[in-house]
Design a protein around this ligand. Structure first.
Ligand code: AMP
Length: 307
């Protein structure tokens, strides 16, 4: 069983009300890999990096099951760079810099060794790149999950709409769902987005949890009320990694199993926000993950007797 993960591999500069860091590894594929590697191996990365991406970082990812055959390394050029500043409420942020660098002319090549992968996670990235990866797969994976963001809705909407026709699950946050559908009500937004292609839609609502839509069904998973949120960067990608990791581990693509996958994704995301960048994800053990999943079960477990 294997998962192909497409996404950015980056350096980030992050400013939150609690601190500031000028350079830390990030990128959607990095977060997805750190999260999914707890559940499934190998994680077959498709991305591009510059000469600045360190050997140690690659070794760390490899030790967690990441494969690099599909990662192009461009000598003499810089990796993707992103910088963001969070507002006081930590729910919203301003993007200060998006330097595409090597990402600007990325032409992904899916290596032969990745063919036959059962699951595909299209992390947040240029939709044209996401589509090129799907087109190179000789056998369609069991499940194609796609993440995206407002940045691509603003500069590449037609290309984004093309990819939407090809995927099974789309993940966006609430404001992106509203932007994509032109609907304020999330129920109406979900209906519109599912007409665009994906049969399943996950709408992330930050500290207010996540919604899963499929046909007329809806499932809600809360986010764990955390005492401290230090840095939310990568929470969405980490959620995606936990989600696809659980689905790939269980090989079950039913709505019922997606409910569990959302809880797993939420548990992983709740760890991600505790420290800068992917730092906390590097520390946690299987026991930590299991404990947090138990906390989620406790959070929503109640008895009611209807008379
Ligand atoms: P998240 O907080 O889950 O939205 O993800 C933050 C990560 O996404 C950071 O590590 C960034 O490097 C990466 N990122 C930000 N903007 C983009 C973009 N336009 N394309 C790909 N990755 C991005």
């Amino acid at each position: 069983m294997s998962v192909i993960v497409v996404g950015s591999m980056a350096f980030d500069a992050i400013e939150t009300p609690f601190g500031k860091i000028d350079r830390i590894v990030g990128g959607s594929a990095v977060y997805v890999a750190y999260a999914a590697g707890n559940f499934v191996k190998p994680i077959q990365l498709v991305s591009i990096i510059g000469a600045d991406f360190s050997e140690e970082e690659m070794a760390e990812l490899k030790s967690r099951g990441a494969q690099f055959e599909g990662v192009e390394i461009v000598p003499g050029k810089k990796s993707f760079f992103w910088s963001g500043r969070y507002h006081l409420d930590m729910n919203s942020r301003d993007t200060l810099i998006t330097d595409l660098n090597v990402l600007a002319d990325f032409n992904p090549v899916v290596p032969e060794s990745y063919q036959g992968a059962e699951f595909l996670m299209l992390g947040n990235l240029d939709p044209t790149v996401q589509k090129k990866v799907i087109q190179q797969l000789k056998t369609r994976p069991k499940l194609i999950v796609m993440d995206t963001m407002n940045f691509w809705m603003e500069i590449a909407l037609p290309q984004l709409e093309e990819v939407l026709k090809l995927v099974d699950v789309l993940m966006v946050n609430d404001s992106e769902a509203r932007q994509l559908s032109g609907q304020f009500s999330l129920v109406k937004a979900a209906r519109e987005i599912m007409k665009m292609g994906p049969k399943y839609l996950i709408i992330k609502k930050g500290e207010h949890g996540a919604l899963l839509f499929h046909e007329e069904r809806v499932f809600f998973a809360p986010a764990l009320p955390l005492e401290e949120v230090f840095d939310p960067t990568g929470a969405g990608d980490t959620f995606a990694g936990g989600f696809i990791g659980h689905i790939a581990k269980t090989k079950d693509v039913s709505f019922e199993n997606m409910k569990t996958a959302i809880i797993v994704g939420s548990a992983m995301a709740s760890y991600c926000v505790e420290k800068f960048g992917p730092e906390r994800l590097r520390e946690i053990t299987k026991e930590d993950i299991d404990n947090r999943i138990r906390e989620f079960v406790q959070l929503v477990n109640f008895d009611i007797e209807l008379v």
